[in-house]
Design a protein around this ligand. Structure first.
Ligand SMILES: [Zn+2]
Length: 304
């Protein structure tokens, strides 16, 4: 018998109202998370096929498990006649990433086009009048960024809502500023981060969907979390308790613990309401059986 395939990589797809979240995220191995409806991909991972379709690639930091596939993403898009990818990235990475991509042009003998947009914390990148990407500082050693996808709505100021169309037109003619901008954070992605100020950022904590790492769950892994500047579940619980997000998606769980046991440990620490809005991206396990998860680490690769 021929074994047709093995080691098939499974990608996740979660649906939240108008957005879906597609991706793969395992601590230290690969992280790539796409929101197809907004044409955005957060980190490129090893550039799986689905990631090629996003025109906007938002890079959080320079670790290989988040950016390894960048050259492939750009080259494949060019090869397939798609428009050049636009890469948002932390400002200090602009120079080395440009050097990498130039080196690929020479190696591949293909003038792969790219656009790098260096970003600083607090900076907005306007995609459209009604869609802005806001960079926020995260805490992962070298400058690292998270991104909030903001919906910008022009609203009539409350004092003018009872006026007729004619009256409004007249005010407009006089140059009266009758509108204000309502900013609605839709999706926030934090890449890798330790606990810090980003979890007091209003746009992050009130986004409809928060995509947040929690790498370590075992009590014995506190030191690893600290050393790698990642979240441990004890800090993640504080995040969840402050969160006003409708949904929180857990990314970057270490293989040292695995999804089933991580879920089990989290469930013991938060209310059922919080648990209900918290989803693990890589949760492919339908069984509700928690079994003997208290003392077992899942076998397999170790890492992050
Ligand atoms: Zn990292």
């Amino acid at each position: 018998m021929v074994e047709k395939s093995y080691l098939v990589q499974k990608f996740a797809r979660l649906k939240f109202g108008q957005f879906s979240v597609l991706g793969y995220s395992v601590g230290g191995e690969e992280t790539v998370v796409q929101v197809p409806e907004l044409n955005v991909c957060f980190d490129v991972g090893r550039a799986p096929q689905f990631a090629l379709t996003s025109d906007l690639m938002l890079l959080s930091h320079g670790h290989m498990d988040h950016i390894a596939g960048l050259g492939y993403y750009l080259s494949q898009r060019h090869f397939q006649g798609m428009k050049p990818g636009t890469i948002l990235l932390p400002r200090h990475l602009e120079r080395p990433v440009e050097a990498l991509l130039r080196a690929w042009q020479e190696v591949e003998r293909q003038q792969t086009p790219f656009t790098l947009i260096p970003m600083s914390p607090g900076q907005d990148y306007e995609v459209r009048r009604d869609f802005v990407i806001r960079a926020v500082a995260t805490h992962h050693g070298a400058p690292s960024l998270g991104y909030v996808l903001m919906n910008i709505r022009e609203k009539l100021r409350p004092e003018y809502t009872t006026l007729t169309g004619e009256q409004i037109a007249a005010l407009r003619k006089q140059g009266v500023d009758i509108q204000y901008k309502l900013e609605v954070p839709m999706v926030a992605y934090l890449g890798d981060t330790s606990y810090g100020e980003v979890f007091d950022h209003q746009d992050v904590m009130s986004a409809q969907v928060l995509l947040c790492e929690c790498t370590f769950f075992d009590p014995g892994h506190r030191a690893k979390a600290k050393a790698g500047k990642h979240l441990h579940v004890e800090e993640f619980v504080k995040v969840l308790e402050k969160s006003k997000n409708e949904n929180v998606v857990v990314l970057h769980v270490s293989r040292r613990t695995g999804i089933r046991r991580s879920k089990h440990l989290l469930r013991k620490m938060v209310s059922p309401e919080i648990m209900a809005k918290t989803h693990f991206l890589m949760d492919f396990d339908d069984s509700k059986d928690a079994g003997d998860l208290d003392n077992t680490a899942e076998p397999g690769l170790t890492g992050a």
